[in-house]
Design a protein around this ligand. Structure first.
Ligand code: NAD
Length: 389
């Protein structure tokens, strides 16, 4: 028995550090509270630039590895966007559609469990929203992405990430010899990110020919009415309830030919097994880690431009960081536009100049900034300075 436990403990210890490298993660915290059946993980990756900001995700099927990868993405995203924040991510295991009183109990308990973890600032993510952040605010105060009534800039309501993605798309199109006007877009995941990027891009002349949600996909080569779809979704419907379109299986969205393909749902949706099916000129990564690195290489070899996640979808966190400093909504939206346009151009110019993958150019841009921030510290990952966080 003892040796079994020893073996298990050794394995767990090893497992806990298998992602460690020179950048982090600084902390991996398991949160367990049996009285409300709360099981959660927090990964604080790197806080050299300041306290970490990263979403609280509620889902039933997220691994520690995924949580770590998402936290690392936030480190890179915040650094690339020039924000005084490091990266973190929290995952609460559970069905985000559970009864509201249970969800509130889970989120309030989670906030309390992390009361002292001052190097992590809560933010919304898949399965959580502004109301959830208001519960966190009520418990511990350290949170962004609040409802307007509490002084927040409701980033999902105003579509901060979609706004940034629309600017990323416009700049990237210049490098694809393609115009936005009449370009066909496909959006996988018509949620907070997907619906807003669809809205901003179609307002500027693009045509959304297909979209999907967790239940299925729809396709109309003549275009889908984005406002109508937003109405259907906000009244609790599925994209499949939209009438004037062909109904398809969820995964069929990958096969729809278009100029711009925007993943805005789950990680690893484009991978080595399905990347050959993608027929687009440009992929704008709206979701976090939606395309595996292997698949990104395949796309580059096929001449498909791919704007990496942490560059393209930084709009939400820029908005959150501005809210944290009590800036106005207009200042946040302007900063998103400026930062996104500048960063996409920097990354794509470097990609062409050095004949490297956009991912490499984006990593180098972020890494340079993270390393500089780390060089100012006595210890590489944490700071003991008063009021640092
Ligand atoms: P959301 O929950 O509002 O929307 C997700 C949408 O994807 C829903 O419509 C859901 O039905 C759909 N979906 C889920 N699984 C699917 C599947 N397998 N196929 C097709 N559709 C599927 O979440 P969101 O806030 O829009 O976030 C989407 C992605 O964007 C996540 O990866 C998130 O981490 C990332 N992201 C979000 C923000 C933000 O500001 N909300 C910022 C940056 C990145």
């Amino acid at each position: 028995m003892v040796s079994f436990l020893d073996k298990r403990a050794r394995a767990a210890f090893k497992e806990g550090f298998e992602f460690s490298d020179e950048l982090g993660p600084l902390k991996v915290i398991h949160v367990y509270e049996p009285s409300v059946n709360l099981k959660a993980i927090l990964v604080v990756d790197n806080i050299a630039a300041g306290p970490s900001i990263g979403g609280l995700r509620m889902a039933e099927d997220v691994s520690i590895e995924e949580c770590f990868r998402l936290a690392r993405t936030m480190t890179f995203k915040n650094a690339a966007a020039g924000l005084p924040h490091g990266g973190g991510k929290a995952v609460l295991f559970g069905d985000p559609k559970m009864p509201k009183e249970n969800k509130e109990q889970h989120i309030r308990a989670m906030a309390n469990a992390l009361r002292q973890t001052e190097d992590y600032i809560f933010a919304p993510d898949m399965g959580t929203d502004e109301e959830c952040m208001a519960w966190v605010k009520d418990e511990i105060g350290r949170v962004v992405g609040l409802p307007r009534e509490l002084g927040g800039i409701p980033l999902d309501e105003i579509g901060a990430t979609g706004w940034g993605l629309s600017h990323a798309t416009e700049v990237a199109l210049e490098y694809c010899d393609c115009e936005l006007q009449n370009s066909r877009i496909v959006v996988q995941g018509f949620g907070a990110v997907g619906k807003h990027v669809a809205n901003f891009l179609t307002q500027k002349g693009a045509v959304m020919v297909a979209t999907s949600d967790s239940r299925g996909a729809i396709y109309n080569p003549n275009g889908l009415n984005v406002a109508k779809l937003m109405e259907i979704k906000s009244s609790g419907g599925q994209v499949g309830d939209y009438e004037d379109a062909e109904k398809l299986k969820r995964e069929a969205i990958i096969d729809i030919e278009c100029e711009i393909w925007i993943p805005a749902a789950r990680p690893d949706v484009i991978n080595k097994d399905n990347v050959a099916r993608l027929k687009a000129k440009l992929v704008i990564e709206g979701a976090n880690i939606p395309v595996t690195h292997e698949a990104e290489k395949v796309l580059a070899n096929k001449g498909v431009m791919c704007v990496p996640d942490f560059i393209a979808n930084a709009g939400g966190v820029i908005c959150a960081a501005f809210e944290y400093r009590q800036a106005s909504e207009a200042q946040a939206m302007q900063a998103i536009e400026e930062k996104l346009r500048r960063n996409v151009r920097l990354v794509l110019e470097d990609t062409l100049k050095r004949k490297i993958l956009p991912r490499q150019a984006a990593n180098d841009l972020a890494l340079q900034r993270i390393k500089k921030a780390m060089s100012y510290r006595r210890y590489s990952l944490f700071s003991t300075a008063p009021r640092f966080v």
